[in-house]
Design a binder for this molecule. Structure first.
Ligand code: UN1
Length: 510
């Protein structure tokens, strides 16, 4: 498999996509009723057939069978497979990134960054495959040995969102694979083509590796009902879901009803606190990347900005100037920094949120539709700033480039407003004052899963555990010890003596 890709921006997205998909051996994608459109120009890329409930049932069955074999493969050997996957991804980085751009509208640099994130997590997982460490525990009984070990948990259901169509799968897949689990993946119905391409890359890695069982990865094509079916399936002990809080709540309830485990990475409403001592050049760049990068469609996107009243006017003026310069347009063009919104629904959601903000007294700058020449069903917008004068706050996540700017007077109040949001994913402070930075990251500081100092809210590295609290769902994926979610823990106690002392000194002699 050697796909070739050369960007020809004048071509309709569909023409480019067909060429790339064919080079991946993915054709005949025009047989079903699930329409996949490119947000770049609104052209149709494919019409896929959705899996029926029986198809999904069979896929879970195959993943279950693969698990029975894979769990017996030594972890470092499983790591060797993930190393092959990383190699294939390195070779295909540019082509897979092009497909990400075509299907979800990310600019080239961010799409390549997303594939790089896949490679990084694979490398992390390869190292991890020799470090799935348990504990030894001092036993209270003589001649007893006690320890804790980690075993593969089973086939893992992965439900992913359109905005990171390939990286989020890889965070789950790379860890699940070294942990001895198979995977059933339901990608977003907006981005199934990149998922099929990942399945191709996976198959190529399996071919090179030579010992991967059939069914180690099953991809389910479908809408919300397909996700609901996976959530209800007892053969999937863990469901990892990334997407909206509303979706996560449904998944958690279905998985909870069967007492399964869910790993949730849901909405964010991420804030930056900008203090009087902040380096403004640094802060303005970071805010711009966080708020308008990926057209505001990251779960880590900066949505709220609390600025100290002494630097409020200057910050707002600099942001307005930066926003005015931001190149919006075709994500294949090298100078573009803001690509399209995913679809009309996203555009309408953005307009509704801006109308409400204006009604509530906010001053809205930007937010209008632009570049209609690129397609009647392609939604490009000028990123929006909403300047608020009072002590308001915003509690909903709108998946679009809207940054709400508020004033604050004392840091405790800014931290309280940061934490007032129902979501708790990412947060940041810009300061050169050690006390302020320490307060923000202390137990009484930000309540989010991610708290940064002098970098923005988005663009986390894979080495740290990724996720957040409250409506964000509480799950942690990617680095640190997130692997433990993909395994079951077993406490083992062995008596190597000739008597049977009981714990807690209990006497029970017959
Ligand atoms: C997401 O938006 O769903 O930290 C994931 C970041 C990326 C991942 C975002 N590494 O912005």
């Amino acid at each position: 498999m050697r796909p070739t890709f050369s960007a020809a921006p004048a071509e309709p997205a569909a023409t480019q996509a067909v060429r790339i998909l064919q080079s991946w051996g993915l054709d005949g994608l025009d047989t079903g009723d699930l329409e996949v459109r490119s947000p770049i120009d609104g052209t149709r890329l494919a019409r896929l057939a959705c899996d029926s409930p029986e198809d999904i049932d069979a896929k879970v069955g195959r993943a279950q069978a693969a698990f029975e074999t894979w769990r017996q493969t030594p972890a470092p050997v499983r790591g060797a497979f993930v190393r092959e996957l990383a190699e294939v991804l390195r070779e295909l980085k540019s082509e897979l990134a092009a497909l990400v751009t075509l299907e979800c509208g990310k600019i080239r640099s961010e799409a390549e960054g997303e594939v790089q994130e896949m490679i990084d997590i694979c490398d992390f997982a390869v190292g991890l495959s020799r470090q799935l460490h348990g504990l030894t525990i001092a036993s209270e009984r003589p001649q007893h040995k006690m320890f804790e070990t980690w075993h593969p948990i089973g086939p893992v259901g992965v439900i992913s969102a359109f905005n990171f169509p390939v990286a989020v799968w890889s965070w789950n897949a790379a860890l699940a694979l070294v942990c001895g689990d198979s995977i059933v993946w339901k990608p977003s119905e907006k981005t199934p083509l990149t998922a099929l391409a990942c399945a191709r890359a996976f198959a190529e890695a399996a071919r090179r590796f030579g010992r991967a069982p059939e069914g180690l990865l099953e991809v389910v094509i479908g809408r919300a009902e397909a996700g609901a079916q996976l959530a209800a399936d007892r053969r999937l002990p863990l469901i990892s879901a990334t997407g909206s809080t509303a979706m996560g709540r449904k998944v958690a309830q279905a998985v909870g009803a069967r007492l399964g485990r869910s790993l949730l990475e849901l909405g964010g409403n991420n804030a930056i606190v900008l203090t009087p001592s902040a380096d403004l050049d640094l802060a303005v760049q970071a805010i711009a990347f966080g708020a308008i990068g990926t057209a505001g469609q990251r779960c880590t996107t900066t949505r709220r900005l609390f600025v100290h009243e002494t630097v409020y006017d200057e910050t707002l003026a600099r942001l307005e100037a930066a926003y005015g310069r931001a190149p919006v347009g075709d994500p294949f063009e090298a100078q573009t920094l803001v690509g399209p919104l995913i679809d009309r629904q996203a555009f309408e959601g953005m307009q509704a949120a801006l109308a409400k903000a204006a009604q509530d007294g906010g001053r809205v700058v930007g937010g209008e539709r632009v570049r209609e020449d690129l397609g009647a069903e392609a939604y490009y917008v000028r990123p929006a700033l909403v300047a608020h004068s009072g002590a308001e706050n915003v509690f909903e996540e709108t998946f679009a480039p809207i940054l709400h700017v508020f004033r604050y007077r004392d840091l405790e109040d800014a931290i309280r407003r940061n934490n007032d949001a129902p979501q708790g994913l990412s947060s940041a402070i810009f300061t050169t004052d050690l006390r302020e930075a320490e307060l923000f990251t202390s137990a009484t500081g930000s309540d989010c899963g991610i708290a940064n100092v002098n970098i923005g809210t988005s663009g986390a590295e894979i080495g740290g555990a990724f996720g957040g609290e409250k409506d964000t769902g509480g799950g942690r994926e990617s680095g640190s010890d997130a692997w433990k979610a993909y395994m079951r823990r077993q406490t083992q106690t062995t008596n190597y003596g000739r008597t049977l002392p009981l714990a807690q000194g209990v006497r029970f002699e017959l």
